[in-house]
Design a protein around this ligand. Structure first.
Ligand SMILES: [Zn+2]
Length: 345
């Protein structure tokens, strides 16, 4: 199997890269940017395997030569992959220094050395400055592939020394079809996930695996049923979902879990706002909860849905400022409760 055979919906990017290859215009550094989960990393890996392949054809790696075999087995000596370590948010200067050091070594099996840095925006400023030196004077045969969904967080000096390649989200129908055909997602759920991920299949699969999505009915129940006297009980349910979503027992993973719960809540409130304003059921993202969103929308002025989205944003902000997670959830739920009781006239 050739590495690019699996790519769906990024034909324009593949054409651009193949054209550059056909006229031997391979840059020393690329910046693959665009939304999360649309295939940037898969394309970058395919491109890397092409750059290292012994017998590439028509801008693609052959998939069978010793170099491709080593690459596919994750054992190519001239390929390095760098990303923030598990559970960490940053790429350290030491990790980037190691890349720079290896860039100056002679390739051991291919004609080039390829470095792939995923979530490049996670480099600390020192790390980025250290990479800059290698980008300014790249050793011959070096190709550096930077991937990010937050290009604005990169140093402009780094960006200016790369060839940018923009990845678009997939049309929702293409995204949904891919989820059905490649990942055996039931059609109705695939359609919902394509909407929630805004056309990003990788993100859709992440959402699907997340407890906050799997238990979204409980989140809605909490929003629908919460009363003053049951506030803490419902807050505890949301915290429990957040704990499951976050995975581990650390405070940071609990915060991450709450972000997921709030994200699900925000897509629901967005549906309510859209329904209340336009009545357009076709624009609803949470298909499985369409009737619930409709019931909310019927008794609300759309401005209230907008206000509730603002209070959600404030809860997120408090989380970033290290306010205790349980306090954030209780505050958010009580402000939600106050809003919910306001009826449209
Ligand atoms: Zn090959």
């Amino acid at each position: 199997v050739k590495p690019w055979d699996d790519i769906v919906g990024q034909e324009r990017v593949l054409d651009t890269l193949k054209r550059a290859v056909a006229v031997s215009r391979i840059a020393h550094a690329y910046l693959f940017h665009g939304p999360r989960g649309v295939g940037k990393c898969a394309v970058a890996r395919g491109f890397a395997s092409f750059l290292l392949c012994d017998a590439p054809r028509e801008g693609e790696s052959c998939g069978t030569c010793p170099s491709c075999t080593a690459f596919l087995a994750g054992k190519h000596p001239d390929f390095d992959f760098l990303a923030p370590p598990e559970g960490a948010r940053q790429i350290s200067i030491d990790a980037v220094r190691e890349i720079s050091r290896r860039a100056h070594l002679t390739p051991s099996r291919s004609a080039r050395r390829v470095f792939l840095i995923d979530e490049a925006h996670a480099m600390t400023e020192e790390a980025a400055n250290s990479l800059l030196k290698t980008l300014e004077e790249p050793p011959p045969g070096t190709v550096i592939l930077l991937i990010t969904f937050k290009p604005e967080a990169l140093l402009s000096t780094v960006v200016s020394r790369t060839q940018p390649v923009f990845f678009r989200a997939l049309p929702p129908s293409t995204c949904a079809r891919l989820l059905v055909e490649r990942h055996a997602v039931p059609p109705e759920e695939a359609e919902e996930l394509a909407g929630l991920s805004i056309g990003a299949p990788g993100l859709a699969l992440e959402i699907r695996a997340d407890a906050a999505y799997q238990r979204r009915d409980e989140i809605i129940e909490a929003l629908w049923n919460v009363e003053k006297r049951t506030l803490f009980e419902h807050a505890e349910t949301l915290l429990e979902i957040a704990r499951e979503s976050g995975g581990s027992k650390t405070l940071e993973s609990l915060r991450e879990g709450i972000r997921s719960v709030l994200r699900i809540a925000s897509t629901l409130l967005r549906d309510v706002a859209v329904l209340a304003r336009t009545g357009d059921e076709g624009a609803v993202l949470n298909l499985s909860n369409r009737s619930r969103a409709r019931a909310f929308a019927d008794r609300w002025h759309w401005g209230l849905a907008e206000t509730s989205l603002e209070s959600l944003a404030r809860a997120r902000g408090a989380l970033e400022r290290n306010v205790s997670p349980s306090l954030v959830v209780e505050w958010w739920l009580s402000s939600w409760l106050r809003l919910r009781e306001l009826r449209k006239r």
